[in-house]
Design a protein around this ligand. Structure first.
Ligand code: GUN
Length: 284
């Protein structure tokens, strides 16, 4: 039999069609949602991510602008640029691609972005709003996972979710979003003792550790839902954190890599940008 494969790619295409329509309606009102992405340095993986974000924005009719700055850009220069973007009426969403070079303090940069334009949902004000169950910008990967689970009609209330990985980008916020949906959430990480004990008791396992084949069929219970957030390159091929073949035999649902969570992340960024434009222009 095997698990149902949840293709984020397909869902992302459907949602983007709806957003294209929404962007066209805003355009008729004279509003063009604008996303500015800032990339420091020339890391090929980051460049490939930001190009993907830019292409996707343009495809649904958003105004997209990529600002590429050299590796030796100073923290002050970057903070000045963010100050200008905060003031720019045509910019509704600001995304500074992480990680930043070591001489720049990530947190200082995140906190310089106007919360109303923080389409990444990384600003402490937006994180605080998320934690207190308010409507705000949610970090894109966790938000994409939530939408995928809901569209696949996977019940969350009262279910036991085990998250492996505790990053600020994925692990911590996805736990909060699912807690807001009344799930019972366990956070596991590199210091967790007897990880398998936790994963084998989970109804839903979310894996975000950056290690190929980290979770196998042996680690999960029969009928579990497995969400793979990993992005690893093995022999030039993109692969996740889950041993797809063995997990597929035992799970009820599993997400693939590629075509799983990744396309949903970009989709939620576009959605946040449209929401930012609407809120700045007081459109409901
Ligand atoms: N680097 C990897 N993922 C992300 C993301 O979602 N947002 C930003 N700003 N940087 C990233």
């Amino acid at each position: 039999m095997g698990a149902e494969v949840i293709y984020g790619k397909q869902l992302a295409t459907e949602i983007r069609e709806d957003m294209k329509q929404e962007a066209a309606e805003l355009r008729e009102k004279g509003i063009i949602p604008g996303l500015t992405v800032v990339l420091i340095g020339d890391d090929p993986a980051s460049l490939s991510y930001v190009r993907g974000k830019q292409k996707a924005s343009e495809k649904i009719g958003l105004a997209s602008n990529l600002i590429e700055l050299p590796e030796n850009t100073s923290e002050v220069e970057l903070l000045d640029l963010i100050g200008q973007l905060n003031q720019d009426g045509e910019v509704h969403g600001i995304l500074v691609q992480l990680p930043l070079p070591d001489h720049i303090d990530d947190q200082k940069v995140i906190e310089a972005i106007e919360p109303q334009k923080d389409v990444d949902g990384f600003h402490p004000i937006n994180i605080g709003r998320m934690m207190t169950g308010q409507d705000t910008f949610y970090p894109c990967t966790p938000y994409g996972i939530l939408v995928m689970l809901k569209r696949a009609r996977i019940a969350l209330e009262g279910r036991h979710v085990v998250i492996i990985g505790r990053s600020n980008l994925v692990g911590k916020p996805v736990g909060q979003l699912l807690l807001n949906e009344h799930a019972t959430v366990t956070h596991c990480h590199s210091r967790t003792e007897n990880l398998q004990h936790h994963t084998r008791h989970a109804d839903i396992v979310i894996v975000a550790v950056g290690k190929p084949a980290f979770i196998t069929g042996d680690d999960i219970k029969e009928g579990a839902v497995v969400i793979d957030v990993g992005v690893n390159r093995v022999d030039g091929k993109l692969t996740g954190d889950v041993d797809f073949d063995s997990v597929k035999e035992k799970a009820s649902h599993v997400t693939p890599v590629p075509k799983g969570v990744g396309p949903m992340t970009i989709t939620m960024l576009l959605s946040n940008t449209i929401q930012a434009a609407k809120s700045i222009h007081n459109v409901t």
